[in-house]
Design a protein around this ligand. Sequence first.
Ligand SMILES: Cc1cc2nc3c(=O)[nH]c(=O)nc-3n(C[C@H](O)[C@H](O)[C@H](O)COP(=O)(O)O)c2cc1C
Length: 445
Amino acid sequence: MIQNKRMMSLGAFFQPTGHHVTSWRHPQAQADAGTNFAHYAEICRTAERGRFDLIFLADNYAMREASPEALSRAAQFVCNFEPLTLLSAIAAVTERIGLVATASTSYNEPFHIARKYASLDHLSGGRAGWNIVTSALEYEAYNFSRDRHYDHEDRYERAREFTRVVQGLWDSWDDDALVRDRESGLFFDTDKVHKLDHRGKYYSVRGPLNISRPPQGHPVLVQAGASATGRGFAAEFGEVIFSTHLTLPEAQEFYTDVKGRARALGRNPEHIKVLPGLMVMVAPTEAEAKEKLDYLQSLIHPKVALEILSFTLGGADLSGYDLDGPLPELPMDPGGSQSSFATTVNLAREHKLTIRQLAYRMAASRQRVLITGSPAQIVDHMEHWFTNDAADGFNILPPYLPGCLDDFVELVIPELQRRGLFRTEYTGRTLREHLGLPRTKSRYA
Ligand SMILES: Cc1cc2nc3c(=O)[nH]c(=O)nc-3n(C[C@H](O)[C@H](O)[C@H](O)COP(=O)(O)O)c2cc1C
């Protein structure tokens, strides 16, 4: 009997010019990528040629804040397309790849989100996914008539109710509600359209949604909670979960914990795909790959590196410390990302890094694993995590675009395929089919 071998799921996580902080300065990057549709069309088609499961776009609702000196050198998080709008256009120039856009539960209404993602799912023939975030930057609040951001627990409590409302709205229309019978003149069956009538702590939403049931039932729910509360949310709702752990034991702990939490809630752990972030610098030989990374690192301005480090530490003030000395004991900001703080401090302690070394490391990849090497070395790493309960696949972060994505598709994908770890052709049409997830049943079915 032929056994179906477990295959990796792969996401392509795009920042406009790439994930490396100096990516926009690289001669093989597209410096004006933020609002260059032709660039996005090209990289999305390249990812589709590589048979990636999905494209993923992150989002914040504010321009990042930093000193003018650091900010003026940054291409990331400053000015670029709104992801859902962009992916709606990308849907028209791609055929198979999944399209995952980020939207926040703190600064949207559930009705808007349900309607927009249902629209993207219809536009793309069942390829939409929603990365659910609660927003973590204090100053995102200032763009939404508030002087303070919601605190961490409050954000997640709102997010749970918000997401349940969105799911309820997606079930508004039964699959066979639209009759469109020209003969009798009956357009739809009113008994098959449902009002939600939700009245909760934060939201009152009557429904029904004014768009029919999405092709996937529900678009795929994506999440990246890392704190205990965030993991609880991921276990309840997440179907794709992004993680950021830097070591195999940490990644294994997360993988086992989140799947265990999901099982305890009655979910099938196989219907949750944990994809750690992986920044890859690949070249035919390890020496060439290292040379490519060294070149990018040489373009980093020290001020930029320090501010990125300070950001990952929740805004810690590092002025006044010797850059070539160890990271001092710092207080953790209770409102910021706790996991981000812990991962950064652990990295410094484990590798005995000076503040300067830690800052350049953070500037290169933030809190993602960065591997530099030949195709075989990259795939060895991926296979090791994949076969040791740390990952169901990876969220790939190209350091600069389009160059590093081209390299990944030309060098790494064939090696994954040769080892039988990744598909050679799409076998499904929808994002759920690529991921091996069932179509969501309606609560009224
Ligand atoms: C790959 C990845 C992408 C993320 N994208 C966003 C994003 O686009 N917008 C955002 O506000 N937060 C984003 N986050 C932050 C997460 O939503 C989450 O807040 C973070 O992982 C910390 O976990 P916690 O909320 O449980 O403390 C992302 C995290 C990861 C790992």
